[in-house]
Design a protein around this ligand. Sequence first.
Ligand SMILES: Nc1nc(=O)c2c([nH]1)NC[C@@H]1CN(c3ccc(C(=O)N[C@@H](CCC(=O)O)C(=O)O)cc3)C=[N+]21
Length: 275
Amino acid sequence: MARRLRAGVAAQLPVLKAAGVNPGLAVVLLGDDPASHVYVRHKIKACEEAGIDSFLEKYEATLSEQALLARIDALNRDARVHGILVQLPLPRHIDARKVIQAISAKKDVDGFHVANAGALMTGIEGFWPCTPYGCMKMLESIGYPLPGKHAVVIGRSNIVGKPMAMMLLQQNATVTICHSGTRNLKALTREADVLVAAVGKARLVTGDMVKQGAVVLDVGMNRTTEGKLCGDVDFESVRTVAGHITPVPGGVGPMTIAMLLVNTLESARRAARAQ
Ligand SMILES: Nc1nc(=O)c2c([nH]1)NC[C@@H]1CN(c3ccc(C(=O)N[C@@H](CCC(=O)O)C(=O)O)cc3)C=[N+]21
């Protein structure tokens, strides 16, 4: 599905390019965390394959907050750039909230800016965060009717849990948000028609916590002690009860990247319309 979405983006580029707009994504990466470099490489490669211009800016982990803010200011003004992604997490001496708010909301293809969070919450045009947006696309792809369904989201982060809950609510699901302070998690997850796990705890969700036929979306990205990638869902025990389930790797991750391209294309379209 991610591949199909990316091909769809590629197919829509010629129209924009004919109108003189070449969609571009700037990716800013600080430091030498190997996982961040791998993810960023995936994003740049996806852009190249789709025909989106990419501008990769790599800096030392010691780059000052002021210098980073100056780069963002320059990218905000750069007409070739329709999307700006600052790879998270940032080094500790930098206030990530300040950096995110410095990105023009119009170029915030991550959907992390407060203006975009507010747009999602109130149902006006903005950018939706790529990971939950990809989850909604997957639900759509199986023709899943959300109205009246009980959706349970485990995790309340600003980048996945909260926006995921808002998107499900907008589709008239009844939404429960669970977190570290939730009592009797299993009683709640067993009621879920749609279960989204986004906490970062390897194999937290086991088969006994899932209702027969439920749709299970695994947003977890954990490394086992052997260095293997694994989700928040115990795939082997859950697959026998779930009606639908997303694997890790090969599920939500590739969809996140596909939605980044979708958002970048959309940003370029909006810029073209505003010309
Ligand atoms: N500003 C910002 N925006 C992000 O969207 C963002 C970020 N910072 N920081 C890090 C997280 C993580 N993230 C992933 C995206 C795709 C995969 C992905 O495609 N994973 C593959 C496997 C990759 C592997 O093998 O390691 C899969 O699940 O199949 C993973 C992780 C985006 N993030």
